[in-house]
Design a protein around this ligand. Sequence first.
Ligand code: ACO
Length: 318
Amino acid sequence: MKIIGTGRANPAKIVTNAMLEEFLDTSDEWIRERTGMTERHVISNEKLEDLAAEAARKAIEDAGITPEDIDYIICSNVVNEYITPGLSCIIQGAIGAKCACVDVNAACSGFIYALDMADDRIKSGKAKTILVVAAEEPTRMVDWKDRSICVLFGDGAGAAIFRAAEGTGDRSDTGILATKIYADGSQYDHLCSDGGVSLNQKAGFIHMDGKEVFKVAIPSLVQGVEESLKIAGININEVNWYVPHQANLRIIDSVAKKLEIDMDKVVVTVDHHGNTSAASIPLALAESFAAGKFKKGDVIAISAMGAGFTWGGMVIRI
Ligand code: ACO
C-alpha cells in the first residue's frame, strides 16, 4: 500500500522552556541538554477531535481524494474527550466519510501498530483506501507540578492516507515494504497512568521511571528498524531517512549511532513538538513531506517505542 497524502494539526498555544521556568523548578538548559526540547504545542481552547479532523482533512486534500473514497479509518489514541465512542468515529462524522472505524491504543507505538493493521486490511482485499490518524493530548495527563514529566510532552494530530497498489512483492516496490511489531507487558508499570474508570474513576497522571524507559527505548528502536529492514531485504546503507518516535534527542542520537545512520538522515521534530506520543511520527512525516524533504524512491525507516511496553518498526519506499 502506498502513502498518498499526509496532514497535520497542532494546537495554537506554544509553551517554551522559558515559560516552564516561570512555574517549575527547572531550566531551559536542563530541558535542552537532557531532552533536546525547546518548545511544545499544548492544547487549551481546542478539542482534540477538531485537531484530528483538521489533520485528516489536510491529508485528504493532499491525497486528492474525497471522504467518500475512504473505506476504513484507524485512529491511534491514548485519551480523548470521551471514553466511548472512539475518536475514529468522531473523525468519520466530522469529515463526512462513510466507512468502518476503529481505535487502537498502543501508546507511542500506536501509529506503527495502526499501519500494520492497515497494511493487513489492504493486503486481504478488505479495503482500498485507509485513513490513519494519530491524535494525542498527553499534556492533559501530566501533573503540571511534576517537573520530571510535564516538560516532556506536547499535543497534536497527524494523519496519512494509504491506498492499495499493485506490486511485485519485492524490495523494488513502493509503499509499505515491511512492518514488525512487539510488546512486553511484564514491565508495564515502568510507564503508566495512575487513573482509570475502574481503578478510581479518574483520568490520572502519567508516571514514568525515566531511566528504565530510556534503557529499554534504545534497543527497542534499533530492533524495530533492523528487523523490518531484514524482512524488506534492504540494507541500512540504502535508507534515505530515519523517522524515529520523538521522545528524547539523546535517545534518537544513540539509536542513530547504533544503526550507523548519519544524523543528517534523521528527521528530528522533538525540539519543537516535545513527545506527542503516537502523533509524533505522522507529524514528522507530514512536516517532512510539506518541506519537500522526501523524494520519490526514497526509503524511509521508522521505529517507535512506548507504554506497554510496545515497540516496532517499518520500512516505506516513497
Ligand atoms: N528540570 C530540572 N531538573 C529535573 C527535571 C526538570 N524538568 N526533571 C528531573 N530533574 C532532576 C531530577 O530530579 C534529578 O535530580 P537529582 O539528581 O537531584 O535527583 C536529575 O534532574 C536527573 O534526573 P533523571 O531522571 O536522572 O534525568 P535523566 O537524565 O534520566 O532524564 C528523562 C530524564 C528525560 C525523563 C529521561 O530519562 C528520558 O528521556 N527517559 C525516556 C523517556 C521516553 O523515552 N519515553 C518514551 C515513551 S513515552 C510514552 O510512551 C508516553
